[in-house]
Design a protein around this ligand. Sequence first.
Ligand code: NAD
Length: 284
Amino acid sequence: MTPDARILDGKAIAGAVRSDVAGEVGELSTTIGRAPALATVLVGDDPASEVYVSNKHRACEEVGIESVHRAVPGTVGQSELEEIVRDLNGEDEVDGILVQLPLPDGLDAGPVIASIDPMKDVDGLTAENQGRLASGSPWLVPCTPAGVIEILDRSDIPIEGKEVVVIGRSNLVGRPLISLFLDRNATVTACHSRTVDLPGVCRRADILVAAVGVPGLVGADFVKEGATVIDVGINRTDDGLVGDVEFEQVAEVAGAITPVPGGVGPMTIAMLLANTVKAAGSRR
Ligand code: NAD
């Protein structure tokens, strides 16, 4: 059966963001006399992390952002790793710093993130950037939640005054999204693993966002007719990559829906590029 819902094509929207970023990189490079630069710190040799970092380098290259890479052995000490980050803070020609997570066992990500200069914190994970976002004056915002808002905006789906339900309250996705939707004057409900009657609460939503990590959690019974459904989940299963939403069923009820893959996923790197340009622009 063909889905009734409009499919929100994250890949195409991410392409449009990247192309805008490429234009801004061109202008900024003229103003500051060099290309903006993103530093990546990869600790250890986890193959998945290596792929993520090399994808980020490729994306940077495509829009004209310089990559500065620090490959750090997994045997690095906690304070030595924090020192590497602080050195990057002090490098004038580095505009953004990204520490690829998760770190190998034995290293604590909290203090490493805390050592990133908030002005260069393109993942938006430092306490300063999270606090700014939570208090209504965002600066660098985490990339995946920023990508969700970008999909809605570029698809002309209004947010102001709408009932928004976000499932998931992580620092990486759920919490920043709740703040971003509040900033856009939505009426926001935050759901999590202890929410009572999750389907009933979700059925209130004009915009429903699932950021959980449970394959197929959101069925058609969670969705009000015509609602917009954004699936942040990325779950590897025997059937391949799936989201948190039962796509086929939900697409028959929803008004618009993001697929997995090809929905929110491609937006994350696009917003990282946008954050790098923002960070570089603020340092001119
Ligand atoms: P997390 O595990 O840190 O948080 C999951 C949240 O879901 C928690 O707040 C928890 O309370 C809630 N939850 C768990 N089980 C639940 C249930 N049965 N009912 C309701 N709520 C429940 O995960 P995360 O880092 O926020 O990531 C969430 C999902 O998004 C994962 O699948 C992850 O792979 C994906 N993700 C995608 C991108 C992307 O680029 N598209 C980026 C980051 C994360």
